[in-house]
Design a binder for this molecule. Structure first.
Ligand code: SF4
Ligand code: MG
Length: 330
């Protein structure tokens, strides 16, 4: 009923000279209207590629959606043509990225960039578009919108540029906002302000959000639910409490240990996860985390663990959760 997005068994590969890089290897996810979902994992885990698939922005070639279904508001996206996608992008689904400088046009004033978008997509006349632009800039906390519309991107700080990007993303009143590492390039104070802003806007506008990040701390700020990805698969799924206080996957434990804490200035307790993610041209036969996992058992090298249900809405792909592992594991 309230479902906005449902992805089933999505597989995305990049066909390179070295071989087929299986970047996304069977991802399932769902999102209701107004939901906030975080996708967390190290770089290369497939989180950005999953997000790009929703917008059909996989660079092709070499990338391709190999199989799976992406259902957005009742419409199948995976098989849509580029032309059809252009209507959906920036209308029903918007995306913001880590570095606003690469998505803003450096040669065009801020005002014009937003006004022209509104005229084109929302068919507003110039007057109305200008009014709406000032409104949007105010909404995202730009202190002086009248001045901002006359400025160029390079005249704004990183935090202000990201606010402008959010204003542009929200201009079309999208049902879904995808944010890929939106605050990674910003310093901690500004990062917190932008996350507050996103939370605030989400409540006000009831936009669903998919937030992609390597930082579980960022997810905790904004999201209700979390997917933890590793080597192209979802390894754990749950709400914030499930993941922070009751996580069941050894990879999630590793991520949690590496979350920087505000009260930990020296960051001396930060523990990076040992080892490297696997090569996705020839991923391990069994659990992809097994080469790095302290709890690995014999079965882990041989067979891929299924998703075990822990409680409603909380599940993890780890053999430790198999009832038969009880007693084996201390
Ligand atoms: Fe570790 Fe085995 Fe669980 Fe994989 S399935 S995370 S190797 S215990
Ligand atoms: Mg990325």
């Amino acid at each position: 009923p309230g479902q906005l997005l449902k992805i089933d068994d999505l597989k995305v590969s990049f066909f390179t000279h070295a071989g087929e890089v299986k970047a996304v290897r069977g991802v399932n996810l769902h999102l209701n209207k107004g939901d906030t979902l975080g996708i967390v994992g190290e770089s290369g885990c497939g989180k950005s590629v999953t997000a790009q698939s929703i917008m059909k922005l996989i660079p092709s070639p070499p990338g391709r959606i190999v199989c799976g279904s992406i259902n957005f508001a009742g419409v199948e996206i995976a098989t849509k043509t580029e032309r059809a996608m252009q209507k959906i992008r920036g209308n029903d689904i918007s995306m913001i990225f880590q570095d606003p400088m690469t998505s803003l046009n450096p040669t065009m004033g801020i005002g014009r960039q937003i006004v022209e978008g509104l005229q084109l997509h929302q068919k507003m006349n110039a007057d109305k578009a200008r009014k709406r632009t000032l409104e949007l800039l105010g909404l995202v906390g730009i202190p002086n919108p009248e001045k901002c519309i006359t400025q160029y991107p390079y005249q704004l700080s990183g935090g202000m540029r990201q606010r402008v990007m959010i204003a542009i993303a929200l201009a079309c009143e999208p049902k879904l906002l995808i944010a890929d590492e939106p605050t990674t390039a910003l310093d901690v104070t500004i990062q917190a302000q932008i996350l507050d802003l996103m939370k605030d806007l989400q409540k006000k506008l009831d936009t669903a959000i998919v937030l992609i990040t390597h930082d579980l701390g960022v997810v905790a700020e904004v999201c209700d639910r979390v997917l933890v990805m590793y080597a192209g698969k979802v390894v754990e799924e749950g709400n914030i409490r499930d993941i922070f206080y009751h996580s069941q996957h050894p990879y999630s434990w590793g991520l949690l240990k590496s979350v920087p804490r505000m009260d930990n200035e020296a960051k001396s307790n930060l523990v990076p996860i040992n080892g490297q993610p696997p090569d996705l041209i020839s991923p391990p036969k069994g659990c992809a985390f097994s080469p790095r996992c302290e709890k690995a058992m014999q079965v882990c090298q041989q067979h891929q663990p299924e998703m075990f249900n822990i409680r409603d809405g909380h599940s993890a792909a780890c053999w430790l959760l198999d009832p038969r592992a009880k007693g084996v594991v201390s």
